[in-house]
Design a protein around this ligand. Structure first.
Ligand code: PMT
Length: 401
């Protein structure tokens, strides 16, 4: 989803990261959004209204009283599709949680009825303090989206959670906040990435999965209102905010993590490339050089999805299939063998798809024999098409009951 035609209100509060809000406004505008900026008094200590006037193309709102508009909080509340507070200080979060409205931004927050994103940024000790965490939980319980800060080096020189996420992370959250919440009340259990099967303390067997496809499913399901549990093999990807991430290494660990949470899931999407085999017996000592040839014996890993297929009750099961050659035939075989509802088959030989790429070219095989080829598109959009198919299957099921 692009943000063209969308009306975004950016609230900026008085933290050192306020300068990053200029970049956010610029990114929003370049995606075609119409942007209005509200600055608190503290924000103006860090960055001047003129910067935002130039970037947004509109006068900046910074006062409740004495401006040209007698009711700026109501005018703004009616004008926006989404409100994002970037960065949000501990003071703003405290006032918002208590329902206090001493200035324009806090008053606007009370009057605004659309989705709200809060992006806390502050010193680690402040962020992790009980009172700030309690306030954030309160806001979350009231339906506001909290975009968690990143961990890293902070302006004060300390290292820890508290860094404002970059504009592209927040842009993605804004796009997501504007989507229809058609997965509300559902839990998605998603797996992603490769597994890593150790041979000795320094070597392992793995595959080329980057995790991008599974992470895209997790983000898309989150954006449509699902509760998402993402079980991830080792990847270089950042944890998606708003998703509960469980990190695992081996296929056996992934199996345990999936089975422990299977009962709570409504939909399971197995995007991970699980290693079919693992070296038999991990050596405690590093395998030494010296022999001209060595033999490693592999033993079969359990098939997690097939096990879920045997034990499924209310859950819808979606498998991925990395295939070459006769894609529909292989997809159907997997669907039947593992008792699945849907198989997303990707031709891993095709350019612009499969392992590591940002795009994917897939076909969807349904349990009733239907089969659809999708054009090459971003993995995030593929994820949405998979979710659309899941919703179709759920509706069919409800119709039958
Ligand atoms: O991570 P990316 O770089 O974005 O790449 C995406 C992807 C190509 C890895 C992804 O789109 C994909 O196809 N994932 C499944 C790859 C795979 O392992 O296919 P498979 O045919 O071996 O397995 C079929 C299904 O059974 C998969 O859903 C797999 O998660 C599951 N499986 C496989 C083996 C096993 N022991 N347990 C399983 O649950």
């Amino acid at each position: 989803m692009m943000l063209s035609e969308k009306k975004v209100i950016v609230g900026v509060t008085g933290g050192i990261a306020a300068y990053k809000a200029a970049d956010l406004v610029s990114c929003l505008r370049s995606e075609g959004a119409s942007v209005r900026v509200v600055l608190t008094r503290g924000a103006q200590e860090f960055i001047r209204p003129l910067t935002f006037k130039a970037l947004s193309g509109h006068d900046v709102y910074h006062t409740l009283f004495g401006g040209p508009d007698p009711l700026p909080h109501i005018t703004l509340a009616d004008k926006g599709d989404v409100l994002v507070v970037y960065p949000a200080t501990a003071n703003f979060i405290g006032q918002a949680a208590s329902g206090l409205a001493p200035d324009l931004l806090t008053t606007l927050l009370l009057a605004f009825k659309g989705p709200v994103l809060i992006c806390p940024a502050m010193n680690t000790r402040m962020y992790t303090s009980t009172v700030v965490q309690t306030n954030l939980r309160l806001l979350e319980e009231r339906g506001l989206v909290i975009v968690p800060p990143e961990t890293g080096r902070l302006a004060c020189g300390e290292t820890g959670p508290g860094r404002l996420p970059p504009p592209d992370t927040v842009m993605e959250m804004i796009r997501g906040a504007l989507l229809k919440k058609d997965l509300g009340g559902l839990t998605f259990l998603v797996t992603a990435g490769p597994t890593r099967e150790p041979l000795d303390p320094v070597r392992y067997l793995t595959n080329r999965s980057s995790g991008k496809m599974g992470y895209a499913v997790a983000r898309a399901a989150r954006d449509r209102g699902a509760r998402v549990i993402l079980i991830s093999g080792p990847t270089a990807l950042t944890e998606p905010p708003g998703v509960s991430v469980v990190k695992v290494t081996t296929a056996l660990e992934m199996r345990r993590a999936v089975l422990e949470r299977f009962d709570t899931a409504d939909v399971v999407v197995m995007g991970a490339a699980v290693s079919d085999y693992r070296p038999k017996g991990v050596r405690e000592e590093k395998l030494k050089k010296g022999e001209p040839e060595i033999t490693v014996t592999f033993t079969e890993n359990p098939d997690i999805l097939a096990e879920l297929g045997k034990n499924k009750r209310h859950q819808l099961l979606v498998g991925f299939a990395a295939e070459t050659g006769e894609i529909p035939v292989h997809a159907r075989k997997k669907l039947e063998a593992k008792n699945l509802d849907l198989v997303v088959a990707n031709d891993i030989c095709q350019e612009g798809g499969g392992f590591e790429a940002d795009t994917n070219t897939v076909c969807l095989a349904f349990r009733d024999g239907r089969f659809f080829d999708l054009p090459t598109m971003s993995k995030y959009l593929v994820a949405h098409r998979v979710i659309d198919a899941v919703l179709e299957l759920r509706e069919e099921e409800t119709g039958r009951e």
